[in-house]
Design a protein around this ligand. Structure first.
Ligand code: TXA
Ligand code: MG
Length: 318
């Protein structure tokens, strides 16, 4: 693949306009969302979407989330039922992705859905993401802006470390507040949690008249969200979970009472830990960590998403 020059854009109106123009003309722009940085392309443009897969080295069977500014755009692309409407009302804009039946007339590239008849869709809450979507004025397909299988980016520098020379631009909008990807709920049938994420599963369930089907932490090799392969979010070093202390050759990632060389949250706060998770894994890469021990993280609220990402980071590598 030929290297291209990756421009770093600021957050003023001129730069956001420029990002929108690049997207509208088929380019790739990484931009901050409240969860992680996304790598955007015009969802209706086959060539632009194909460039996402090329830049990330992503298996082409893995479908993408489409980002829109609100419910009216979302309704043009997918069919909403009562459960989907309730969840959109409660959590949009925000860190929730809905998987819904794709409308036949939706102008979405088949590469986005990997040929499936459902679409993953989200309305992000980050003001810069919203401005970029408004300027581009087309639905934007955006996976996390990292090389496939690596740690998701929560800062522009993480994006550049993985994708410089492969994408047209990145908007430097600082650190992402939530820090883990969106929660994905498949509402095309009985509501099912496909990926734990920035909205706690308990909060999703509280908005539904039926229990949320769930099997987010599994080692299934053919998961329903095709991106959920066992090894993912991997730092370069080997990861050992639920460690109380580090062995001599390990660097320790702590949480709460379990102290480390660095910590997800000194005060044992899961929201802070989610926000810092990928930043800490990137930091461990920079430190050249070859073996990483990670403290136990409770399996409640955002702890579900954190444990899910850590399990994938620790899974056997292909
Ligand atoms: O927070 C997020 O969701 C970020 C930001 C940029 O929005 N995006 C993100 O995208 O995490 P990505 O591509 O890294 O993860 C999307 C996940 C993948 O596991 C993919 O398989 C799944 O969503 N997915 C996409 N379309 C789907 C569909 N129609 N049915 C089931 N799973 C789907
Ligand atoms: Mg990803």
């Amino acid at each position: 693949m030929n290297e291209i020059e990756t421009v770093t854009l600021g957050t003023d109106a001129v730069d956001i306009r420029r990002a929108g123009d690049i997207l509208a003309s088929g380019g790739l722009v990484a931009f901050p969302t409240e969860t992680v940085y996304g790598l955007g392309a015009d969802a209706g443009n086959d060539r632009a979407v194909a460039r996402i897969f090329e830049a990330k080295g992503r298996p082409s069977f893995n479908p993408l989330i489409v980002h829109v500014t609100g419910m009216s755009e979302a309704k043009e692309l997918c069919a909403f039922n009562d459960n989907a409407r309730a969840l959109a009302q409660a959590f949009w804009p925000g860190a929730l992705t809905l998987v819904l039946p794709l409308r036949q007339d939706a102008a979405v590239s088949k590469l986005v859905t990997a040929g499936q008849n459902t679409l993953a869709i989200r309305v992000p809450d980050h003001p810069l993401a919203r401005d970029v979507l408004t300027c581009a004025s087309v639905p934007i397909a955006a996976p996390s802006a990292n090389p496939s299988g690596r740690i998701s980016p929560t800062r522009a520098a993480h994006v550049l470390a993985g994708l410089a020379g492969r994408i047209d631009a990145v908007i430097d909008g600082g650190a992402c507040a939530v820090g883990v990807e969106s929660t994905i709920v498949d509402c095309s049938g009985a509501p099912r949690l496909l990926r734990a994420g920035g909205v706690p599963a308990e909060a999703v369930e509280a908005c539904l008249p039926v229990p949320l089907e769930t099997d987010p932490i599994s080692n299934d090799q053919t998961p329903k969200a095709p991106g959920l392969l066992a090894s993912h979010y991997a730092p370069k070093g080997l990861v050992r979970l639920n460690a109380i202390e580090a062995a001599e050759d390990e660097i320790m990632l702590g949480f709460g009472e379990t102290k480390g060389d660095l910590t997800l949250s000194d005060r044992g706060d899961l929201v802070e830990a989610a926000a810092r998770l990928f930043q800490c894994l990137h930091r461990l890469d920079q430190m050249g960590a070859e073996r990483i021990a990670v403290a136990p993280i409770p399996l409640v609220g955002l702890g579900l998403a954190i444990n899910d990402r850590l399990r994938r980071a620790a899974a056997p590598r292909p």
